[in-house]
Design a protein around this ligand. Structure first.
Ligand SMILES: C[S@@+](CC[C@H](N)C(=O)[O-])C[C@H]1O[C@@H](n2cnc3c(N)ncnc32)[C@H](O)[C@@H]1O
Ligand SMILES: [Zn+2]
Length: 291
């Protein structure tokens, strides 16, 4: 299932090591994850979210503010996997961060006796290290989503929660009968935060459907729209995990933190996609053109 990031041949597990036929080997870190990120695939020394952002995200998510998003993702995922009725499916959380959604989905799939292998992948070592504390049952990987170390079209379900969408990578990974579930911000997501930070805030929606359109058919959209009430602790965590907030002026941040209760609108689109049959060959052709 796992493939070598250097030569793309299958990786076999021997105790705490992964090794391919060409003798490239990868040791398991003491926390239990594997690092399959090649130095050449890194744009910076520490790609992805840094430790402070990871910690802020963990604290915010642990307070339960986004639990209904996770619950809805789980329900959609379970419905889709039960329709498929395939034995022991592969599930991937791409850009899993510190593992909140992966852990909760993995537990929900167990509750529904859906046999599966769960992979959580992120480019940030700090995020994956933190994720290992949530679950020992998930295969945690440090890797680049654009060069994800999995056999082609091997994932029955791919989660993509609040990450940049990489349609080509998703098409490469998605099983012909699989699903991709994308959670992305609606136009009015964190409306009051944007209003506090920007003089002329723009409320435009990120268009997940046309971003995916080359390779994927849009199947279903569910929008969640609700209000959360944050105490100053949670506001600080939200600022810490939201780049446009932590880059804002100190007086803006102080203003937000001085509110005993900050009411914020949360607006999330959950979209599910199926692979277009044409995508199975299109991705292959593109790969051979770029070789
Ligand atoms: C906004 S966070 C979302 C994390 C998690 N899905 C959540 O919602 O809690 C985006 C994540 O994508 C990761 N990331 C960014 N570029 C990546 C890439 N090329 N491959 C894998 N992960 C990447 C970051 O390290 C970060 O953890
Ligand atoms: Zn190899």
């Amino acid at each position: 299932m796992l493939t070598c990031p250097v030569c793309q041949s299958p990786l076999a597990r021997q105790d705490r090591q992964l090794r391919c036929d060409n003798n490239h080997s990868y040791d398991q870190a003491k926390q239990g994850y594997f690092n399959l990120l090649l130095n050449t695939a890194k744009k910076s020394k520490q790609p992805g979210d840094n430790a402070a952002m990871v910690q802020a995200r963990s604290a915010f998510l642990n307070a339960g503010h986004y639990q209904s998003i996770s619950d809805t993702i789980n329900q959609l995922a379970i419905d889709q996997l039960l329709q498929n009725q395939t034995e022991n499916v592969n599930v991937l959380d791409l850009g899993c961060g510190e593992g909140y959604y992966s852990d909760r989905l993995n537990l929900a799939l167990n509750d529904h006796q859906i046999q599966h292998e769960f992979y959580g992948l992120d480019i940030s070592k700090d995020a994956v290290k933190s994720a290992t504390k949530r679950s020992k049952a998930i295969h945690w990987l440090v890797a680049n989503a654009n060069q994800a170390p999995f056999a082609k079209n091997s994932m029955a379900l791919i989660l993509n929660v609040f990450n940049r969408i990489m349609p080509n990578a998703l098409a490469n990974l998605c099983h012909p009968k699989g699903r991709v579930l994308i959670a992305s911000a609606g136009a009015y997501h964190l409306q009051q935060l944007k209003e506090a930070i920007y003089e002329n805030p723009r409320f435009v929606e990120f268009d997940a459907i046309s971003t995916m359109a080359e390779y994927f058919e849009h199947e279903h959209r569910q929008t969640l729209d609700f209000t959360i009430k944050l105490d100053p602790n949670s506001t600080e965590h939200l600022i810490g995990m939201t780049p446009h907030a932590w880059r804002s002026a100190p007086n803006v941040q102080q203003g937000l933190l001085s509110q005993q209760q900050l009411e914020l609108r949360v607006q999330i689109n959950l979209d599910s996609f199926t692979l277009k049959p044409s995508a199975l060959t299109a991705v292959d052709e593109e790969a051979s053109e770029s070789e």
